[in-house]
Design a protein around this ligand. Structure first.
Ligand code: MG
Length: 277
């Protein structure tokens, strides 16, 4: 069992007239999508992507494969909508987030990414970017031709090399992490990271223990220093991790009061019920 706490915020910024970012923050699933396309189509694309993940969240516990399948379905829906509505043709979106997934080692956090929205971990006062941008400037950084800092001001900084709404569909990166109490995660669009340096993001995350206050403070600060783009934040804290009880019938002692049970009692009545909260 994981106990999580989260908050989220999104804002159009101070330059754009539309907010084309979308977010989802529900138990077990946290997603940010940054839409692209003319005539408000970017907003449609990011909403379609997030809606597909909202459907996944309603189906109960997910596996990492479900997250990948959902990216595939969201991509298909965006392509289909673009084909049916001419003004939406060519629309796309980034997508990144964290899902709580089950597995043989218990619950894990699956971080997934397509595009240049980001997931960070904030632990012990240190901020680490977990996702790797799929962007033109990231390729220059990887090639040693650009520093990460200079990438924030490069003229091609908005060019993504992977997005939903493309054919063939994008392969999401997926990383699995053990949940650790005290860890905080930030999911954000590039409207945040284009305005604030990592040090300032870390400072605001550290100064605001409440995740909703942190999400709000980050958006507010991005607008104060420029607000050139839509800005979206989801801040999620891992509060508690309780290991699931192990299913091991051979080790279970029958309760003392079952000793007098009639011999024809159902044998399962002596087994402890496991897997419940
Ligand atoms: Mg953006």
């Amino acid at each position: 069992m994981l106990t999580l706490r989260w908050g989220s915020a999104t804002d159009v910024g101070r330059v754009r007239s539309l907010n084309e970012d979308s977010l989802l923050a529900v138990p077990g699933l946290f997603v940010v999508a940054d839409g692209m396309g003319g005539h408000a189509a970017g907003e449609v694309a990011s909403q379609l992507a997030v809606a597909e993940f909202a459907r996944l969240a309603q189906q109960g516990p997910a596996r990492a494969e479900d997250l990948v399948d959902t990216v595939v379905r969201a991509n298909e829906h965006i392509l289909q909508a673009g084909a049916e509505h001419g003004e939406q043709f060519g629309m796309g979106t980034t997508l990144t987030g964290i899902g709580v997934v089950g597995g043989e080692h218990g619950e894990q956090l699956a971080v997934f990414n397509v595009g240049d929205s980001r997931v960070y971990r904030f632990a012990g006062g240190q901020l680490d970017q977990l996702t790797v941008d799929h962007s033109a400037v990231q390729e220059l950084v990887d090639a040693g031709q650009l520093t990460a800092r200079a990438a924030r001001f490069h003229p091609r900084r908005n060019v993504v090399t992977r997005s939903l709404g493309s054919n063939p569909g994008p392969a999401p990166d997926v990383w699995l992490l053990p949940p650790i109490p005290g860890d905080r995660f930030l999911i954000c669009s590039d409207g945040l990271t284009g305005e604030l340096e990592d040090a300032e993001i870390a400072e605001l995350l550290g100064a605001n223990p409440d995740p909703q206050a942190a999400a709000d403070a980050l958006v507010r600060r991005a607008n104060e220093v420029g607000g050139h783009d839509n800005v979206t934040t989801v801040v999620m804290d891992v509060l508690e991790v309780v290991a699931e009880p192990q299913v091991d019938a051979t080790a279970a002692e029958p309760p003392a009061d079952t000793a007098a049970m009639p011999a024809d009692a159902a044998p399962t009545a002596q087994l402890p019920i496991v897997g419940r909260d």
